[in-house]
Design a protein around this ligand. Sequence first.
Ligand SMILES: [Zn+2]
Ligand SMILES: [Zn+2]
Length: 219
Amino acid sequence: MPMIIEKLVVSPLQENCYIVGDDDSGLGIVIDPGDEAQRIVAKVQQLGLTIPAVINTHGHVDHIAAAQEVKAALGANLYLHPADRRYLPKIVEHGTMFGIFGAREPEVDVDLNDGDLIPVGSFVVRVTHVPGHTPGGCLLRIGDDVFCGDLVFSGSIGRTDLPGGDYEKMVASLEQSILTLPDHIQLHPGHGASTTVAVERQFNPFLRGLRPRPRNNGS
Ligand SMILES: [Zn+2]
Ligand SMILES: [Zn+2]
């Protein structure tokens, strides 16, 4: 199963949109189409992928502003955790604030929920609800690759001071859903470079005082 992972940095906020697919089936997903819909669609076409699903790690404008245009162009369904629908009515306004002028309010087709398994071609997307940065943030795991949105970055963590942010929940999500992952797992954040669990465990100053602990079920 040769995997394709393409990263496109989009929007003035330098957001990472990922295209993940497998060569065998020619099927893939788009994660967090935050801006520049035409560039994302062109890349999908260049890769020769069919995209049944656009999956969002969360509902912030810099991750979802191009979702409507991308899903319409590719004939895909949009997946988002229901707790992040709260951001959608303000997407166009927030887009203007951050210089994302093509922002459109997207229509969600499928609710993402903790524990969901979404089969795509020969791989499966495993969903973990990780509130904190936003109430409906989700990790998307495909094999040894984890797409973590704005939960954790290389050397940093996501903000919790924006509307819907919650520092206590952020700490719980990091302890239960990042620090419990095996060291070799690749982390692909919503901004900046990819990293590994081992590197962040050792060097991320925001994880230093935290310790792995089991989830109490759900979130
Ligand atoms: Zn965010
Ligand atoms: Zn972001």
